[in-house]
Ligand binder design. Structure first.
Ligand SMILES: *Cc1c(COP(=O)(O)O)cnc(C)c1O
Length: 290
């Protein structure tokens, strides 16, 4: 297994003076432009098992701009596997930059209808492939994510992250102690299965955690002018780029929660910047200043 990247920093923000709240950002976005953020951590134990089972091909699932698809393609190549990406929807005339990049790592793409995708009816599998669930959701993904906090010495009272499948937050909850609280910002709208999905990945159910669901900005991969404005402002004041699918919604939420005095005075908040910057390529040119 690859050891944890060593260029991940914990950056203290000076954005919230006079609030009595310290905010530090765990910069998982920094270590690799493609396999950025939490995906590397979530894939680690799946890859280890694929090696152990002597599988040759890794198969996984996602949409056209999926961080997970391109990260899996890159890691599979580096680890000597061939890979297949099962992509939701018709093959478009022009592939997204994400899918082009996955192909450049040798991933072969199969497009299946949304119905087939939902039913997980995948043509052409022989049974000899190693399947990784969409988004790396599962116990191995959570176990990998539980090693994220080994990258920082910051002594925090609250740990905050963006939540898609809930795998990363399950790992963080697992790694925290009883005096720390984990707060997730869901980027999906009306995802009723999220909390049960997180619960099913937890072993230590006592730790304190909560998922806030009011910061989805219209739903998964949706954005508003206000969100893009926030991303530019945040970049200008902190130098930290965010992605519009996950981390911009996370930082927006944190800023608003601090304004609303959500955190008690003296809180030390660790915000996990989980990467995902490649997805900004789907935003019209000129809208983002980074
Ligand atoms: C995939 C992803 C997430 C969500 O992680 P889950 O484990 O699915 O909840 C958060 N941030 C970024 C940048 C991601 O790519």
């Amino acid at each position: 297994m690859q050891s944890a990247p060593d260029n991940i920093t914990t950056d203290l923000l000076t954005l919230f003076p006079g609030t009595g709240i310290s905010v530090a950002v765990l910069r998982l976005d920094r270590f690799d432009p493609v396999v950025s953020g939490n995906k590397w951590f979530k894939l680690n134990y799946y890859i280890e098992e694929a090696h152990r089972l002597q599988k040759k091909r890794i198969v996984t699932f996602g949409g056209a701009w999926s961080n997970h698809i391109v990260a899996t393609a890159a890691v599979a190549k580096r680890e000597g596997f061939v890979s297949t990406g099962i992509i939701r929807g018709e093959r478009p005339a022009v592939l997204s930059a994400t899918l082009e990049q996955a192909i450049s790592f040798g991933m072969d793409l199969q497009f299946i209808s949304r119905e087939e995708y939902r039913e997980k009816q995948i043509p052409g599998l022989t049974g000899d492939e190693y399947l990784i669930p969409e988004g790396g959701y599962g116990e191995k993904g959570a176990l990998g994510a539980s090693t994220i906090l080994e990258c920082t010495n910051y002594d925090f009272t609250h740990c905050c992250c963006a939540v898609g499948t809930g795998t990363m937050i399950a790992g963080l909850i697992h790694a925290c102690n009883n005096s720390q609280e984990v707060i997730g910002i869901s980027v999906l709208k009306n995802n009723l299965s999220l909390e049960p999905n997180v619960h099913s990945l937890l072993t230590n159910k006592d730790n304190r955690w909560k998922i806030l669901t009011q910061y989805h900005f219209g739903g998964y991969a949706k954005h508003t002018p206000a969100l893009l404005r926030f991303m530019n402002d945040f970049y200008q004041t902190t130098g930290i780029p965010t992605d519009f699918v996950y981390t911009a919604k996370l930082f927006y939420a944190i800023s608003e929660l601090i304004s609303n005095r959500y955190f008690p005075g003296g809180s030390r908040v660790l915000v996990v910047h989980s990467g995902g910057l490649q997805g900004n390529r789907s935003i019209e040119k000129g809208k983002l200043m980074f």
